[in-house]
Design a protein around this ligand. Sequence first.
Ligand SMILES: Nc1ncnc2c1ncn2[C@@H]1O[C@H](COP(=O)(O)OP(=O)(O)OP(=O)(O)O)[C@@H](O)[C@H]1O
Ligand SMILES: [Mg+2]
Length: 327
Amino acid sequence: MPIIVADCLSKVYPVAIKQPGLRGTLSHFFKRQNRLVNAVKDVSFEIQPGEVVGFLGPNGAGKTTTLKMLTGLIHPSSGRVRVADNIPFQRNRAFLEKITLVMGQKQQLLWDLPAMDSLRINAAVYGISDREFKRRIGELTEMLSLEEKLTQPVRKLSLGERMKAELLAALLHQPQVLFLDEPTLGLDVNAQVSVREFLKSYNERFDATILLTSHYMADITALCDRVLLIHQGQLIYDGALDGLLDHFAPYRQVKLELKQTMPEAELAPYGEIESISGREVCFIIHREDLTRAVAKLLAELPVCDLTITDPPIEEIIGRVFKAGIVE
Ligand SMILES: Nc1ncnc2c1ncn2[C@@H]1O[C@H](COP(=O)(O)OP(=O)(O)OP(=O)(O)O)[C@@H](O)[C@H]1O
Ligand SMILES: [Mg+2]
């Protein structure tokens, strides 16, 4: 049984059109005109308990809007959502106890107080006993290596420590489903890695379901086997991260080291040349032609070394979004 179901989910936002200048402001005041923005269009997917799914898309693609519908912060314009057997928009207590939403650019901890004070408030809100509170704090601070940081005012923490404290606060009630919107936004590489590792161990230890967005591909490759790709509000891919390569980039990079340099004209017949630098040549070759092309290269050229690699995943995704391929 899936724990998250989105069925033809859509969100249309009315956006005011205002003519420039004072006249525009006045006429806007008296006669509002709206333009409709289709932020999310007919998005359907299912997520099973315990899955970690990456939600990818360029700026403005509709990721945050989808997460807001899944957590019940906004009502879908059409379509159906179910999360942990609840209709999110009803915001039942039972639902809120099962989920959490972390937005990298928003914070819930109070700035001037130690995180511990905010955590105690959260514990009271969720009716967590004192004993259980201590146990959970102990477990999570250890997983996050946050020990003495919780008693310092939040404003004195580094960005990475603050994000970890935010995660701790968001997880205190032991939700089953985590919605994470850019949880590593703005963090330095070390902090990104430790947040990532924490999420991985949290998922393993508690079998939590995680749907996360990130602009850092490394987050996705480290955590997610499956990705959803959204572009202009539409889901354009739902499947394995590995499958993404075959789906959108059915070619490989073939790098050769030659015994001696060769003119480009003599190399060109073997495939699309990506780069030549001295005795090193890089070809781009379609997957279907790969075996034949490699055999020909080895038979006919003075090759010392040959490596076949996938193009970098960032590059593929970047290209998909730029081209806006919609099936
Ligand atoms: N409250 C709103 N009112 C009107 N339009 C909105 C509102 N919120 C979002 N939009 C529009 O809906 C579209 C999707 O926005 P959304 O925030 O979901 O994108 P996103 O994928 O999260 O982008 P990013 O990667 O930049 O965070 C955008 O065109 C955005 O301008
Ligand atoms: Mg967003």
